[in-house]
Design a protein around this ligand. Sequence first.
Ligand SMILES: Cc1cc2nc3c(=O)[nH]c(=O)nc-3n(C[C@H](O)[C@H](O)[C@H](O)COP(=O)(O)O)c2cc1C
Length: 184
Amino acid sequence: MKVVILVGSRNPEGQTARAADAFKEGVIRKGSQAEAVFLPQMKIERCRQCEENGWGICRTEGRCVIEDDFAMLVEKIRNADAAVFASPVYFHDLSESLRSFLDRLRRICRWHETGKDRIEGKAAIGICVAGGSGNGAPACTVSLEKVLTFCGFQAVDMIPVRRQNLEMKLAILRETGAWLATNA
Ligand SMILES: Cc1cc2nc3c(=O)[nH]c(=O)nc-3n(C[C@H](O)[C@H](O)[C@H](O)COP(=O)(O)O)c2cc1C
């Protein structure tokens, strides 16, 4: 099986990246494949709210009008058996790169059959890493679960991590990766 991990951190060696790596290790241990993509390295514009009423072809055609890396990333999710979303906690919430991506994703796959293709019902896991004070990771997971559910994913687990328990959570993330690889 194939797992795609979208990481909303700009630091490939930071705490969120370590969490994503631990998850990946667990997936690979079970003989499955995992690919991590760092969203700040991608070109992802924010939603343009194309029409006066705020809608756009996202609702009528299940795709986004903006030509950037969004469609390629959506295709990666469609071609994976499960998707993982890992965010550093910013202001007790998601990072901007992940937020911009998910703001657009929910628009294409909420209403239209084409947009829902290979996303509706797909297993998704959220990881939120509070690397500063350590506060706000549970609130961030609530925010992430809400948007993933809106997108149509089956949010099978949400894992809050704080700087103070990172080492312990890395072990849990490895096991969750192994579990996902054998159960999704
Ligand atoms: C704009 C901003 C807001 C942040 N808000 C929080 C927060 O609410 N709680 C927290 O523990 N850390 C907060 N941090 C720290 C990040 O969670 C921490 O830097 C992050 O884990 C490290 O990023 P990395 O995982 O990409 O290395 C914030 C950092 C930034 C840049």
